[in-house]
Write a protein of this length. Structure first.
Length: 367
């Protein structure tokens, strides 16, 4: 099960620098000119989770395998992208393929790095990108909805099911609002319909404020403006210095900790970004623990036990019988599976059990 966050933004805001640090590679060229990223670069990163070490110690595991998430570095967008300006068509097509958007905003001053619009205003930058995405969605929906209305008038079952969501989405776009607003409180059936429309503005968004080294610990007036904007949208923000992260990526762990401490930072900004991206996708982690390995697995919030089993192997889901489940705190505090069983903390859960973040699970199934 792969989950992708697309890193987007205007040219020269630090997207590729951030991506390089994130993946600890030089796969994405970072240069001071627009469109230095043409083909999207993809990198998988481990999701930081201190629970893994504690579980492995309790379970006496030989190996630790974290869960992973993908980040995609997408070409910079410019005003007019919805009409094909710059690399607009390619940019929009690449966004459609991701599950969530990590929107990098320039919140630093540097005369040596050109801004595509000649000023530093991250809120205006965010509005530029959002407007282009909404215009692209509006054009797409206006074109498709005509046919669906005709089919619905003829009592076509699919059209009658999909059209109400299309109408809601179109009304929002015509009012200058992104369709992700519909995600709040939406049911599973309507969510599937909305996702099926493949609208750019239906993706959840995380704003990343790229600041100078001096502002990494405190933020600045630009980051506070972004936080205010995000709060009005019900979105989240993360403050990161891509330049710092690029340096940290080249250091050994001990050196990195010392370097960050000198800057007043408790952890790499990338750890915050990865966790925020994970949460943005509404994902949770469950674990399997044994002598061979302690491993983290990913499911969506609300997933039931058979779905979790299917993440490990499809046969597990098809032949699911039950799942022995131990809460993380019980497993670690009591010292492993045997002790948890003796204390009555191991539960047998059936097909309707909703997996909780941190569950340690052992699946029983028929082949």
């Amino acid at each position: 099960m792969g989950f992708k966050c697309g890193i987007v933004g205007l040219p020269n805001v630090g997207k590729s620098t951030l991506f390089n640090a994130l993946t600890r590679t030089a796969a994405a060229q970072a240069a001071n000119y627009p469109f230095c990223t043409i083909e999207p670069n993809t990198g998988e990163v481990a999701v930081p989770d201190p629970r893994l070490q504690k579980l492995a110690a309790a379970g006496k595991s030989k190996e630790i395998i974290p869960t992973r998430i993908s980040f995609v570095d997408i070409a910079g967008l410019v005003r007019g992208a919805s009409k094909g300006e710059g690399l607009g068509n390619q940019f929009l097509a690449n966004i459609r393929e991701v599950d969530a958007i990590v929107h990098v905003l320039r919140c630093f001053e540097d005369d040596d790095i050109a801004h595509v619009e000649g000023r530093i205003d991250p809120v205006a930058d965010a509005e530029t990108v959002e407007t282009e995405l909404m215009l692209a969605d509006l054009e797409s929906l206006e074109r498709r909805i005509i046919q669906f209305r005709k089919r619905a008038s003829g009592k076509d079952k699919e059209a009658l099911t999909v059209l109400p969501m299309m109408e809601q989405a179109l009304a929002l776009l015509q009012d200058g609002k992104p369709t992700r607003i519909l995600l709040d409180g939406i049911g599973a059936e309507d969510l599937a319909i909305l996702q099926g429309l493949n609208l750019l503005t239906s993706h959840p968004v995380l704003y990343v404020c790229n600041v100078s080294e001096a502002d990494a610990a405190t933020g600045n007036e630009h980051t506070r403006a972004v936080e205010k904007m995000a709060a009005g949208q019900g979105a989240r923000t993360v403050v990161i210095s891509a330049a710092i992260e690029a340096e940290v990526a080249q250091l050994a762990d001990d050196e990195a900790k010392e370097f960050l401490a000198d800057l007043g930072l408790e952890e790499p900004g990338l750890d915050k970004l990865i966790r925020a991206g994970y949460e943005l996708l509404q994902l949770i982690t469950f674990f399997t623990v044994g002598p061979k390995e302690t491993r983290a697995w990913t499911v969506h919030k609300g997933a039931k036990a058979p779905q979790a089993a299917g993440v490990i192997h499809t046969d597990f889901e098809r032949g699911f019988i039950r799942a022995q489940t131990i809460a993380y705190n019980d497993f670690v505090t009591l010292g492993g599976e045997v002790a948890a069983k003796e204390a009555g903390k191991a539960r047998d859960e059936g097909k309707e059990y909703v997996v909780q973040d941190g569950d340690v699970m052992l699946f029983k199934f028929n082949t």
